[in-house]
Design a protein around this ligand. Structure first.
Ligand code: CMX
Length: 137
């Protein structure tokens, strides 16, 4: 298991439009994509910082995991860290399971930007909700 780079940092915010101007100024680049991920009940906005991205996440429903997280962290903040892998995400997940890390997703599924993704539970990753990613073929 060796990620190539940090694919993105997921940042939960109450409202995308309130946060986008700050990140555009900070990063000196425009938000390049806004996308709704219906099954995660979020709207996302993306920025590039070198090879890494910042993904802003706004809940689209009170049942969204992001809405629940914002109840405890109303200003927003870093919600998850996503690492990019090459050579097959299922292999990485099998290794994670063998390490007894708690898998939220037992097999890869589709996430924002059509990435193949799977999450590890923060209870087994030193408090960091960890996303494993692979670029689509
Ligand atoms: N980072 C660190 N810890 C977190 C966390 C996060 N983002 N979210 C929840 N936790 C912790 C809580 O603090 C809590 O800890 P304690 O038991 O010590 O109090 C514990 O996890 C359970 O928290 P909860 O509020 O009851 O939340 P749930 O168990 O319902 O859900 C989780 C937590 C991680 C399983 C859920 O958020 C999940 O499945 N996440 C993966 C999917 C996801 O995050 N989707 C949104 C992004 C989608 C995208 O990027 O496109």
């Amino acid at each position: 298991m060796k990620p190539t780079h940090i694919e993105h940092l997921g940042v939960a915010v109450p409202k995308l439009e309130d946060a986008i101007p700050y990140f555009e100024q900070l990063l000196g680049s425009k938000c390049y994509s806004i996308e709704e991920v219906a099954d995660q009940k979020v709207r996302t906005a993306f920025f590039k910082v070198g090879q890494t991205k910042i993904e802003l996440l706004e809940p689209t429903s009170p049942e969204s995991t992001i809405a629940k997280w914002l109840e405890k962290n109303p200003r927003g903040g870093v919600h998850h860290v996503a690492f990019n892998f090459e050579g097959g995400l299922q292999k990485v997940l099998d290794e994670a399971a063998a390490n007894e890390w708690q898998l939220i997703d037992k097999q890869p599924r589709k996430g924002a930007e059509n990435l193949n993704i799977a999450f590890l539970h923060p209870k087994s990753t030193h408090g960091i909700l960890t996303e494993l990613c692979e670029q689509p073929k």
